[in-house]
Design a protein. Sequence first.
Length: 188
Amino acid sequence: MDEQRGIVLVVDDDPRVARVYAEQLRQHHTVRVAYSGEEALESLDDDVEVVLLDRRMPDLTGDEVLERIRDRGLTCQVAMVTAVEPDFDIIEMAFDDYLFKPVTGEQLLSTVDHLLRRATYDLKLQEFFAVASKRAALEAEKSRSVLQRSEKFADLTARFEHLREELDESLRQLDDEEAFDLVLSDRF
């Protein structure tokens, strides 16, 4: 792909990690890099379409940066890229995807492409994908018995099912590649 598409902000306090992510994305996207939460907030504007955000940073955590992004009313897609094991606190967080470190270049490119595509969907479909991502992250890290005892997870699952029912027609209209990717990702 010769054409640059999508402005991506990579945020990680480890300069080596941030540079590797940026290099893996630069062939396909315009990339900005920030090495702290404060720097990320300074780099953010309406042009940024996707933020790849580390959760653990010394000045402002990724969670705090995410909250400030949403408080500003920015509509960029945000993927948490982290080694932090998800807990039920992620249910209330306004991110769009959750990736576990280490992350390959292929995973980064695929995630950015999916997030850019999702940004074109209506808000209900975007919410569905965000809820599906949270559900998948928790299912990957928590035992079935812990999930079954969690009222928050039960509420998340109920929201997921409700959205899936509401969006049944929209999901049938997804292009074949996106539908195939979703089925393979085991997020349903």
